[in-house]
Design a protein around this ligand. Structure first.
Ligand code: MG
Length: 207
C-alpha cells in the first residue's frame, strides 16, 4: 500500500454543486481520504450497510516534487502524473454529517472508497484543462464532463493547497466531480474513464 495523503476537492464543478443543492464555494473546499482507501483497476468496492453509496469520477493529480507555497506558473511542474479517480461516497452518511456540522471523514474514507487507475506521466497528456470524464454503471453512462468546467483549475488547486499543507511526492489531489452522481447497487460494474489518461473498472459489493 502506497502511503500518501489524498486531498479531495468538493464541489469543483458548478453543475455538481447545484445537484448537491449548494453554490460553488469562493475558495476550494477540501477534505482528506486515507491512502488505505485506494484500490486499483479490477478490484472490488466493498460498502458496508450504510445507506446510499455514490460514484464520483474525477481527475487525479499525482505530486512528483514537494510543493510548499508554490506560484501558479510553477504549479504544474510539481505534478508528475495524472490518473482516473472514483471518489466513492457514502452519501447518506455525508448528508447526515453535513446537517450536523460534522466532518465527512468516514463517509469518504472507508476501505476501497478510492479506486484509481494506473497513473500516467503528465507529459503524455495533451491538455489537462480539456479532458473528458465519463462514468458508466453496467455499461450505461451516468456522468459525463470535461475538466474545462472546473471552478478551480489544477494550477489554482496546487497553489491553494500548498499555501496551507505541503504536498509531498506521491500525494494525490482528487479534483472534484462533474454532475450525474448516482447510487450504486450490489453487483454493479462501475467504469470511470478519462480518454488519454486511463480507466478504472470495479465491481461494487455490499458487505
Ligand atoms: Mg468528489
Amino acid at each position: 500500500m502506497q502511503h500518501c495523503k489524498i486531498v479531495c476537492v468538493g464541489q469543483n464543478y458548478r453543475a455538481h454543486a447545484e445537484e448537491m443543492r449548494s453554490v460553488p464555494p469562493a475558495e476550494p473546499m477540501l477534505f482528506l481520504k486515507p491512502s488505505s482507501a485506494i484500490i486499483g483497476d479490477g478490484e472490488t468496492i466493498e460498502a458496508p450497510d450504510v445507506g446510499r453509496v455514490d460514484h464520483e469520477v474525477e481527475l487525479a493529480l499525482v505530486i512528483g516534487r514537494s510543493a510548499h507555497r508554490v506560484r501558479e506558473e510553477d504549479a504544474l511542474s510539481h505534478v508528475s502524473h495524472v490518473a482516473v479517480f472514483n471518489d466513492v461516497t457514502a452519501r447518506d452518511m455525508q448528508t447526515a454529517a453535513r446537517r450536523a456540522g460534522n466532518p465527512w471523514t468516514l463517509a469518504k474514507g472507508m476501505d476501497t472508497f478510492a479506486p484509481m487507475s494506473r497513473p500516467v506521466p503528465l507529459s503524455r497528456v495533451k491538455d489537462v484543462h480539456d479532458l473528458d470524464l465519463e462514468l458508466r454503471v453496467n455499461g450505461e453512462v451516468r456522468q459525463r464532463g470535461n475538466t474545462s468546467d472546473m471552478v478551480f483549475s489544477p494550477e489554482k488547486l496546487v497553489v491553494y493547497i500548498s499555501r496551507f499543507m505541503t504536498l509531498e511526492p506521491g500525494d494525490i489531489i482528487a479534483t472534484g466531480t462533474p454532475e450525474g452522481v448516482s447510487a450504486l447497487q450490489d453487483g454493479d460494474r462501475v467504469e470511470a474513464t478519462i480518454p488519454g489518461v486511463g480507466v478504472v473498472r470495479n465491481l461494487f459489493r455490499r458487505v
